[in-house]
Ligand binder design. Structure first.
Ligand code: GDP
Ligand code: MG
Length: 441
């Protein structure tokens, strides 16, 4: 696959912005890659379409081919789609005892996953967990959970013959309350296919205990089927998260993308083997890399982008060294701050900025304030931006009014600009190049 993609990308070596043709050609191969990774056809189609709109016209990083750039865009978009709400590894288990309902088809890995999650809650969060098997169809399944429980040192609800799943669930709840458990996990019976009885049973249990989490366990290798199962379960029972099992196999994990795009449910865990330790918190980056199978291209583009940022910063430093720091420079810095998620990112990168960072924090600088400052700069004329010294009372009034703000705020901005310009000048005298490079390492 990589070879075939590589071939296409070699042909796309024009620099500049991505043309519609570049994008179309590259995405045709990406679509095949997605299908090979077991992403369902409609999902692959709509995903590619969304990326096409985003990628066309996007800038191509220097020293990167358009094809490589498209791969990076695809990769980022994959991560965006795969990322669900909240922290995947954190289950809602406040208000003990918290019920967790495990649902899914037979053989999907419910019982094994129940034990894996119990072990994790016990070891990582110090929770006291009780597991109960509601699989009244198969006594062996109850036995299986009991064995796993003794393996991992987690209690299981004693088996009582003749109870139905709802009775067992209620007994688990009572036992969990009396025994001071933080969590009780209900491992339901599965079927080979979804049928009315299975759904009715799961719904009855749900209504009896009102689970804090309902985790759907599906075989990640089954691709399209897994997604259909998820949709069905979500509609009928309501699902709070998904666990994809058998991700240790050769499959490329495309089910994860289909699952996200179709159900919108967060993927919580990925199971990677039969052993009780083989459970990982879902990491969108890792799965995205696996689905696309082009990690080397992605890291190449990332490196090129990082290099470019260093170059830009160095160019800026050269200007500063000559004592040049006008409103355009300040605006660039402010925009950078917002892009990098606030003050800390940029300031931490700039040498000698620790002091200013502290001042800014004390002055209560936040995103809103930064945006207001940018609005003020935008309200200046080109000349005013290049030569802030021009700003006298009447100009100030006009600029402030243009941004819908007070002159006092503009004065604050001007003061900040003067302070920064001073620092820049001093730094310019101190360091002869290289300093920025060092700071950015
Ligand atoms: P259930 O019917 O849904 O409860 O499924 P089980 O938990 O009994 O699992 C069915 C089979 O799949 C067992 O042999 C498990 O050991 C195996 N299994 C479960 N999870 C995984 C996994 O992530 N990877 C692999 N390779 N096997 C798994
Ligand atoms: Mg089972």
């Amino acid at each position: 696959l990589s070879d075939r993609l590589g071939g296409v990308f070699d042909r796309l070596t024009k620099a500049g912005a991505l043309s519609a043709d570049d994008v179309k050609t590259a995405l045709r191969e990406v679509r095949v890659a997605l299908l090979e990774a077991d992403v369902s056809l409609p999902v692959a189609r709509s995903f590619v379409k969304a990326v096409e709109a985003k990628a066309t016209g996007a800038a191509v990083t220097k020293s990167v081919t358009p094809g490589q750039q498209v791969v990076k865009i695809v990769h980022d978009e994959l991560i965006a789609v795969l990322t669900g709400e909240g922290d995947p590894g954190r289950l809602k288990i406040d208000n003990p005892p918290a019920p967790i309902l495990m649902v899914g088809l037979q053989g999907g890995g419910k019982t094994t996953t129940t034990a894996k999650i119990a072990k994790r809650l016990k070891e990582r969060e110090g929770k006291k967990v009780l597991m109960a098997s509601l699989d009244t169809n198969r006594p062996a399944a109850m036995e299986q959970l009991a064995i796993l429980g003794s393996q991992i040192g987690v209690d299981t609800l004693p088996i009582v013959k003749g109870e139905d799943p709802v009775q067992i669930a209620k007994r688990a709840r009572t036992q969990a309350s009396l025994g001071g458990y933080d969590v009780y996990m209900l491992d339901t019976a599965g079927r080979l296919h979804i049928d009315q009885e299975l759904i009715a049973q799961a719904a009855a249990v749900r209504d009896a205990v009102n689970p804090r989490e309902t985790l759907l366990v599906v075989d990640g290798l089954t691709g399209q089927v897994a997604v259909e199962v998820a949709q069905e379960f979500d509609e009928r029972i309501g699902v709070s998260g998904v666990v994809l099992t058998r991700m240790d196999g050769d499959g490329r994990g495309g089910a994860a993308l289909s699952m996200r795009q179709v159900t919108g449910k967060p993927i919580r865990f990925v199971a990677t083997g039969e052993k009780v330790d083989a459970l990982e918190t879902f990491e969108p980056e890792r799965i995205a890399g696996r689905i696309l199978g082009m990690g080397d291209i992605v890291s190449l583009v990332e490196k090129a982008q990082a290099t470019l940022e260093v170059e830009q910063a160095e160019r800026m430093m050269k200007r500063f060294q000559k004592g040049q720091f006008n409103m355009n420079d300040l605006r660039m810095q402010l925009e950078q701050m917002i892009k990098m998620g606030g003050m800390e990112g940029v300031m931490g990168m700039m040498p000698g900025m620790a002091k200013m960072q502290k001042q800014a924090a004390e002055a209560g600088m936040d995103d809103t304030m930064i945006r207001r400052q940018i609005a003020l700069i935008n309200s200046m004329t080109k000349r005013e931006r290049a030569q802030p010294d021009l700003l006298q009372a009447s100009r100030k009034k006009r600029i402030a009014a243009g941004a819908g703000l007070e002159v006092s705020e503009l004065n604050k901005l001007l003061k900040q600009h003067r302070q920064m310009a001073d620092v820049m000048k001093k730094m310019g005298r101190m360091g002869k190049g290289g300093m920025m490079k060092q700071a950015m390492k």
